[in-house]
Design a protein around this ligand. Structure first.
Ligand code: NAD
Length: 412
């Protein structure tokens, strides 16, 4: 089964529960436009490499496409289409006036010089310029792309258009029109979702324990926001392995340690070293996978001891594990809800760019929290109403909104 087919499973379940018109389901299940481009790049030694890039605009029913660009050797059209589909769902759940999209280039950026990376980025934008724009489809960072790459993308697009176009890209540096509070937004939203879930289980934050897999942008901010709210983090991991402390880990200190040790947490003093896999199996209230896709599968779903899971990464649980977790009564807050904080603040950045008027960090944080609390309640209530999982509940909310607009727009 392709990733794209797997991603459609909860939507199909949701469609059945709400008796969605099959014509609407057919339209929503297919991306509106996919583009494959070849990007010739003159390498530093003078020879030319031709890279393959993609952009998939999944939906523009609720507004322009929105979604990041990934630079990775494993990028494929299937992956880009799937991530674009998840973005459509995520934006609809978060209540944003966006559809969904995603882009990618097949490349291991660590093998390129800075100059080669810049030429590749500009070449990619030259090729997809006809299908992106602040009112059409709006890229952002994803795996291996960052504020520097967003700056080159914005600059290249502005050169093509002959005017500064900050609204075409989000995830920019603040000096280029980026929003305050964007870097921490995804992790902050994950913790807002976690607190909402704990509240519904009558568990006070100070009584809750959590384990987090991944200590990159999302994992480290999730950990810091969790500590700020009084949650006890007993286990953390990254690519180098895991660390455990029953008395609680201080993520600020772990981050300081990692900065001084090649960005890795291995060897953090005072904690017990455990394997990366063990972090997923801790007996905690909440497990937060914040690293990669497909981490919870039928191989380990039976052994998970956490009472609840909040998915910070995209697609960390596969379809078989989902069934096992549901049978075992482990509630899962799905990625399309839990990690929507990033795109929510990307939306704030875009709004600020269109107005050329900027908000304080407090305004960003307050508005983000309000939107996440509302989105969580919508999904939670839909899951209860239809006696289903929060994942299917999330699709009920998303496709309900998209279907309503689609019916009106297309007279279906
Ligand atoms: P990142 O590259 O900054 O961090 C990834 C982290 O995962 C690193 O700490 C890495 O060491 C760790 N890791 C990799 N393999 C691991 C393994 N096998 N076991 C344990 N840890 C491992 O990436 P990120 O931006 O933090 O993104 C993480 C996930 O969140 C991805 O699925 C991404 O698509 C998703 N996401 C990110 C954002 C965002 O705003 N950055 C928004 C929504 C979703």
């Amino acid at each position: 089964m392709s990733l794209f087919e797997m991603a459609q499973i909860p939507m199909a379940e949701a469609s059945k529960l709400i008796n969605l018109d099959p014509n609407i389901e057919k339209i929503i299940s297919n991306p509106e436009r996919t583009v494959e481009v070849s990007i010739p790049v003159k390498m530093d030694d003078g020879h030319v490499e031709v890279f393959t890039g993609y952009r998939s605009c999944n939906s523009t029913v609720l507004g322009p496409g929105k979604g990041g660009v990934r630079f990775h050797q494993n990028v494929s059209m299937d992956e880009v289409k799937t991530l674009g589909f998840w973005m459509t769902t995520k934006c609809a759940i978060a209540g944003l006036p966006y559809g969904g999209g995603k882009g990618g280039v097949i490349v291991d950026p660590r093998k390129l010089s800075k100059g080669e990376l810049e030429r590749l980025t500009r070449g990619y934008i030259d090729k997809i310029a006809p299908v992106i724009g602040e009112k059409m489809d709006i890229p952002a960072p994803d795996v291996n792309t960052n504020a520097q790459i967003m700056a080159w993308m914005t600059d290249e697009f502005s050169i093509i258009k002959g005017q500064f176009e900050p609204g075409v890209i989000t995830g920019k540096a603040v000096c280029m029109g980026g929003s305050l509070g964007r870097t921490s937004a995804t992790g902050r939203g994950v913790i807002t979702a976690t607190l909402e879930l704990l509240k519904r289980h009558n568990i006070k934050p100070e009584d809750a324990t959590i384990a987090i897999q991944g200590f990159g942008n999302v994992g480290s901010w999730t950990a810091k926001c969790a500590a700020d709210k009084g949650l006890k983090i007993v286990a953390l991991s990254d690519i180098s392995g895991g660390i455990y402390d029953a008395n609680g880990l201080d993520p600020y200190k772990v981050e300081e340690y990692a900065k001084a040790h090649d960005g890795l947490i291995k060897g953090y003093p005072g904690a017990t070293a455990i394997s990366g896999d063990e972090v997923l199996l801790q007996d905690v209230d909440v497990l937060i996978p914040a690293a990669l896709e497909l981490q919870i599968t039928e191989k380990n779903a039976d052994k998970i001891k956490a009472k609840m899971i909040v998915e910070a990464a995209n697609g960390p649980t596969d379809d078989k594990a989902d069934v096992i977790l549901h049978k075992r009564g482990i509630e899962v807050v799905p990625d399309v809800l839990a990690n929507g904080g990033g795109v929510t603040v990307s939306y704030f950045e875009w709004v600020q760019n269109l107005y050329r008027y900027f908000w304080t960090e407090e305004e960003v944080v307050d508005r983000q929290e309000q939107m996440m609390v509302k989105a969580f309640a919508n999904v939670y209530d839909a899951a209860k109403k239809y006696n289903t999982t929060m994942r299917v509940g999330a699709y009920i909310v998303a496709i309900g909104t998209i279907a309503e607009a689609l019916k009106l727009r297309k007279g279906l």
